[in-house]
Design a protein around this ligand. Sequence first.
Ligand code: ZN
Length: 175
Amino acid sequence: MTIREIISEPTPVLRKKAKKVDKVTSEIRRLIDDMVETMRVAPGVGLAANQIGVLHRVITVEYAEEPEQPAPEGAPPPKPALYLLINPEISRASREKIAGIEACLSVPGFAGEVERHTEVVVKGFNPQGAPVRIKAKGWLARIFQHEIDHLDGILYVDRAEKVWEINPGEMEDNV
Ligand code: ZN
């Protein structure tokens, strides 16, 4: 695995639409491995291939969902789940939307308030080429929407109501 450089604005590759993956080759699997490594080192909870300068429709997401009920005292923190998705698409989205604060690894030093669907269903393929379907809500749904936007050359700043400067490390959960 190789840690790749995360590309930041303004770079044309971030504004380009990534191409569908026709076949899951060893090159694609290597790309996914590199993306996981790069996302973890950043650190981030999501990464799209555009962000490392590759125009394939591939995203990685690693996020621990908050439990529905508050965890009892001393309980271990929720374990993050890793999602590796090829050709991801939002197949369903809730009518309901919610505003939340996002920061992007490709727009360092800024955060912004963005409205996203509260729930989405994401379809795609895993690295073995098998179809997957993920029902996501809350922050996980937000991360998927942010990453799939990247594949279409869209950054959160395009959708944000307002964007402001932040100090390094001020935001957790960069994507
Ligand atoms: Zn981003």
